[in-house]
Ligand binder design. Structure first.
Ligand SMILES: *Cc1c(COP(=O)(O)O)cnc(C)c1O
Length: 389
């Protein structure tokens, strides 16, 4: 009999479907369509498809289903719908949850594209959106008025690594009857406790740690089966946000090594944060895994990303970036390769200066996504880039 698996076992075996060949490594079903045994079988499947019956890859595909079921098993969610990208997942989770005349409350520290959906798209369709400082529970209490349909936040914000108290916000939201939708990228499925903390829909960009080697875009929406296989699937399958079976296969295989990679990257991130703390060129080292972080208790594992603020502002940040050797200047994160990003001029460029200041995205801020290289080499590279600034 199948017992409940731990995350690590689910990551290797969860969701496996075998063909008649009994292949050990999961098969890549690179097919859009499926051949029905009869016209009557086609009709029956369009009325209701069974768990191993597929219609069209925009709706589902065996490789995609393996990825969805494995990720759901790791996360401890009942079901998942895989999406073409993290943004397709964020958009799908929100659009499937709210309608005209309803209210959404969101934390203001958001990834630029998430902000675009909340600030520009939803209001176009008559959805009222209010923003709060996500770390201030009084602001949530005041903003989540009766009739609020959903709350949305990044559990750990990009790039300033504020950690939101998911359980406390969920309690406030649920008391008002609102659905809790979280973007959980920085927590990763490895360290996530989102479902037990009360998140109703958990969204990932699997482009990040799940692929983990910078190859494919992907995303997922996880939650209760009746919601994911209900309004979420209906919205996603008719609006075309499906993941490609090839990308789903890359992600599925990525899940097998996710735990090892994320734990190694987080251990290196901690070592780097400790090595940089107190460096005179840096005004701040932000890492939730350090005891001095204001929300350390909410995310002691810390994750794989830290941010540093150069005392010398943009010039110093650019000079440091340009002197790095191993660290690549790019904007992905969760990758095996360590990546340094200047958010103010790239990922968060479109925010106004006032908004950047409000979110703490100063000109000296550099986000460091820690990869799988030797942490001593990564520290030496950073120290040598800082020396002489
Ligand atoms: C990258 C990212 C996204 C968007 O994911 P894509 O796969 O690039 O579409 C959304 N939210 C957060 C927090 C991210 O880091």
């Amino acid at each position: 009999m199948k017992r409940t698996w731990s995350k690590r076992t689910a990551a290797v075996h969860g969701g496996a479907r075998r063909s008649q060949y009994g292949e050990l490594s999961e098969a890549l079903f690179l097919t859009q369509g499926f051949d029905y045994p009869s016209a009557g079988a086609a009709e029956a499947r369009f009325i209701e498809a069974g768990p191993d019956e597929f219609i069209y890859a925009r709706y589902g595909n065996p490789t995609v289903a393996m990825f969805e079921d494995r990720l759901a098993a790791i996360e401890g969610a009942e079901a998942a719908f895989a999406a073409a990208s993290g943004m397709a997942a964020v958009n799908g989770a929100l659009m499937a949850s709210v309608k005209s005349g309803e209210r959404v409350v969101a934390a203001r520290a958001l990834f630029g594209s998430c902000l675009y959906i909340l600030e520009e798209i939803l209001p176009r369709f008559g959805v009222e959106v209010a923003f709060v400082d996500g770390t201030d529970l009084d602001q949530w209490r005041a903003a989540v008025t009766p009739g609020t349909r959903a709350v949305f936040f990044e559990t750990v914000s990009n790039p300033t690594l504020e950690v939101i108290d998911t359980a406390a916000v969920a309690e406030i939201a649920h008391a008002a009857g609102a659905t809790v939708i979280v973007d959980n990228v920085f927590a990763t499925p490895v360290f996530s406790r989102a479902v037990e903390q009360g998140a109703d829909l958990v969204v990932y960009s699997t482009t990040k740690h799940v692929d983990g080697q910078g190859r494919c875009l992907g995303g997922a929406i996880l939650g209760p089966r009746d919601v994911v296989r209900g309004p979420v699937e209906t919205y996603m399958k008719h609006t075309g946000g499906a993941i490609s079976p090839f990308n789903a296969w890359v992600m599925l295989k990525g899940l097998e090594t996710l735990d090892l990679r994320v734990r190694a990257q987080a251990a290196s991130a901690r070592a780097i944060a400790e090595a940089l703390a107190g460096d005179g060129h840096l005004a701040r080292v932000i890492y939730p895994g350090l005891p001095g972080h204001p929300q350390h208790a909410l995310f002691p594992e810390g994750g794989t990303v830290l941010s540093v603020e150069l005392a010398g502002g943009k010039d110093a940040a650019f000079a440091m970036l340009d002197r790095l050797d191993i660290w690549k200047i790019s904007n992905n994160l969760g990758d095996a390769k360590s990546i340094a990003t200047h958010p103010a001029t790239t990922t968060h460029q479109r925010l106004s200066d006032a908004r950047k200041a409000e979110l703490g995205i100063g000109p000296g801020l550099v986000r460091l996504s820690v990869g799988l290289e030797d942490p001593d080499d990564l520290i030496a590279d950073l120290k040598s880039a800082l020396t002489g600034l």
